[in-house]
Ligand binder design. Structure first.
Ligand SMILES: Cc1cc2nc3c(=O)[nH]c(=O)nc-3n(C[C@H](O)[C@H](O)[C@H](O)COP(=O)(O)OP(=O)(O)OC[C@H]3O[C@@H](n4cnc5c(N)ncnc54)[C@H](O)[C@@H]3O)c2cc1C
Length: 641
């Protein structure tokens, strides 16, 4: 049974994913081996002309080989077998741990403060730079299609700071120009719009229905909403109780004050203490089917369902139910106009930063030519360049050489290719995930280590699938699909963006990369426990298991539109992020202020001697502007000291 079902799904098909099982190349057809495999017999895999991580398919994001060293540090087994370190003899002005946007921005700020010839080494444990800002490329015949494997866009619920805006401008990105690259109506013609897929297991019947009110936070908010008939279609067809359908319409359209007896501050106080699910059932009085429908709608933004997010956060995000409540705005402005989406998301920001740091890596000179520019990984770590990036290198120890107050240097130990090395610098910036820092920087006080360890990240799965064409989406009138009961809760065509030489798929016959997202979590537990459970799930899931889920889900949703998973899926890249978004505090689950009056992230990011701490974790905000802001602060701490 399983075999014949697998054949129908196309599990036997030789797509590019077949070259990789759990990220490991197994067939002669594959041109690239993951670097940790090279490591045993080649010191510098990046020097190979066909080393090009963006085009790797299979299990990416935190790919196999990227986290084993860090996990052995966590488990206390690393130093038993570490062996004697080899001194590289290298001395830098600055060593940065973490090659995400925060680490790259830190290098940028340091050069501005200390001079362009400052010698900087960036250590990154993945086989690619950019951290969560991850580029995925696919080859469809002669055409290269680009997808985002992580950070999707320039956007933020808070206005970009002057520092972050300046960096965006220095990189040449004109955020206001975005509309000229967006072919706004390309995927909304012929009645195509947002849909909800009701699956049989959750809702008793399998049905695709117009989504009359796509919640903010999905990836495709800029696409025009569904047509005027969407409400009628939803009210007639959604396979939930009639009362629930009416409640959805009431909730989304009616401007009602559900707490008329309270003033604005009292309402906010109340909404901060209850979940959005509680608000919907206990205060707005909706039918239980509305909760089943919207249970997972918050996952892409919060990493948990509506039972674990505060009603006040739902209101700030623009979820329905609060329009008539008279809640006074609190300075948070959802700056929708400050938005830019490159085909590879904010990987373009990482690539633009890199072009400034090591110009010979990314050819070209403009923000349009960067989209199709092929990075030359062989140039990342060259002795002749003042800035060097060393990939597949996990920092394992950062310490002052001598007493902290008087030390003139720090020493950084790192593992690359299974071997332990050391290098020295005047200063170090830890732009890596905060949960890692207590294991690599023993000198920090224990209170700070506790605060760092509390920055448990939110796990996420961003899957990109290359399809031979998008005709099923076209036939079904869909451009984005919310699937409340699905393995992935969102299945979207990307925004139709064409920049420079890059042209998005134009017709339903063109090959297309679709984006699917999942937030692994376990409803009913406190948010942090849900994230921990999701992290374990992601580390434990094999590629073939996820592949089967993808094929089953796409067959279910798109099958009625003529989609055949065995025929139509050409490649799959699963970007797994067990350590995804920076943890943002919730009024439901967290004490915002610790004893002593500081927030956990303020305690966590304190500098020590010649070491300062960056990363978006340092601001407890999962946004690119925060990664940049924190890099700026950290560099200020070491350059002004
Ligand atoms: C799936 C996803 C989607 C997102 N979408 C958006 C979005 O649309 N817009 C937005 O503004 N933000 C988004 N974010 C938030 C994103 O995290 C930030 O925007 C930003 O990219 C974070 O940059 P960073 O440098 O702080 O962290 P990271 O990108 O995580 O970089 C830190 C790097 O340090 C490395 N590292 C850790 N430990 C070590 C070690 N011991 N040695 C060496 N290296 C180490 C890590 O592997 C990582 O590569 C998204 C995040 C995720 C996960």
């Amino acid at each position: 049974m399983r075999d014949s079902r697998d054949r129908q799904l196309g599990m036997h098909r030789k797509i590019t994913r077949r070259d990789f099982i759990n990220g490991v190349a197994v067939t002669a057809g594959s041109s690239l081996l993951p670097p940790h495999l090279f490591a045993a017999n080649t010191t510098d895999p990046e020097k190979s002309s066909d080393y090009y991580p963006p085009s790797l398919t299979g299990l990416r994001g935190s790919h196999p080989g990227s986290f084993d060293v860090a996990h052995s540090l966590r488990d206390g087994t690393f130093w038993e077998s570490a062996g004697k370190p080899e001194d590289t003899g290298e001395t830098y002005d600055l060593i940065i741990v973490g090659g995400g946007i925060s680490g790259l921005a830190a290098a940028h700020f340091y050069r501005k403060a200390a001079g362009q010839n400052s010698r900087i080494l960036i250590l990154e444990n993945h086989d690619d730079f950019g951290g969560h800002a991850k580029r995925n490329e696919f080859q469809a015949g002669k055409r290269t299609l680009i997808g985002y494997g992580g950070t999707y866009s320039i956007e933020s619920p808070e206005p970009y700071s002057a520092v972050s805006k300046t960096v965006i401008e220095e990189l040449g990105i004109d955020v206001k120009a975005f509309p000229q690259y967006l072919e706004r109506n390309l995927y909304t013609t012929d009645g195509r719009g947002p849909k909800i897929f009701f699956d049989e297991q959750t809702f008793g019947t399998s049905k695709l229905v117009d989504d009359p009110y796509p919640f903010p936070g999905g990836e495709t908010f800029d696409l025009a909403a569904a047509g005027p008939d969407a409400w009628n279609h939803f009210l007639a067809e959604a396979p939930i109780a009639e009362q629930a359908r009416k409640d959805v319409a009431r909730l989304c359209r009616e401007k009602k004050d559900y707490l008329p007896q309270l003033n604005s501050d009292q309402k906010k106080d109340r909404l901060a203490r209850i979940s959005y699910a509680q608000f919907l059932t206990e205060i707005a009085g909706v039918h239980g089917d509305v909760i089943r429908l919207y249970q997972t709608v918050s996952q892409p933004l919060f990493g948990v369902g509506i039972e674990a997010i505060a009603a006040l956060d739902a209101s700030d995000t623009g979820y329905p139910g609060f329009d008539g409540m008279g809640l006074e705005a609190e300075g948070l402005s959802n700056e929708r106009s400050y938005f830019f989406h490159f085909p590879d998301g904010n990987a373009t920001i990482a690539r633009l930063l890199l072009r400034k740091l090591i110009p010979q890596v990314v050819p070209g000179s403009s923000v349009t030519d960067i989209v199709t520019a092929r990075a030359n990984y062989a140039k990342l770590d060259e002795g002749s360049s003042p800035v060097r990036i060393r990939l597949s290198s996990t920092a394992v120890r950062v310490k002052h050489l001598g007493d902290v107050p008087t030390a003139k240097q720090v020493e950084v130990g790192y593992v690359r290719g299974g071997k332990l090395y050391t290098a020295r610098a005047k200063n170090a910036i830890l732009a890596c995930w905060h949960v890692v820092i207590p294991y690599i920087c023993d000198e920090l006080p224990s209170k700070q280590k506790d605060a760092l360890a509390s920055a448990q990240k939110v796990p996420l799965l961003y899957t990109n699938v290359l399809l031979q064409n998008s005709s099923a989406f076209h036939k079904l009138g869909a451009n984005s699909i919310y699937a409340p009961g699905g393995y992935h809760t969102h299945v979207d065509m990307d925004l139709p963006v064409s920049i420079g030489e890059y042209h998005c798929p134009r017709t339903p016959d063109d090959p297309v990369v679709i984006h699917m997202s999942k937030s692994p979590c376990k409803a009913g537990m406190p948010a942090r426990d849900q994230h921990a459970a999701g992290r374990i799930e992601l580390y434990g899931a094999s590629f073939s298991r996820i592949e089967r889920k993808i094929r089953e889900q796409l067959a279910q949703i798109l099958g009625p539109g003529g989609f055949d998973p065995a025929r139509d899926i050409a490649a799959i890249t699963v970007n797994r992020w067990p350590h995804g978004y920076a943890y943002e505090y919730s009024s439901l689950w967290d004490k915002f202020v610790l004893d002593g009056g500081e927030t956990p992230c303020e305690v966590a990011r304190k500098p020590l001697g010649r070491i300062a701490i960056a990363n978006s974790d340092a601001g407890a905000r999962a946004y690119t502007d925060e990664a940049i802001n924190q890099a700026y602060r950290a560099i200020g701490e070491i350059t002004k000291a």
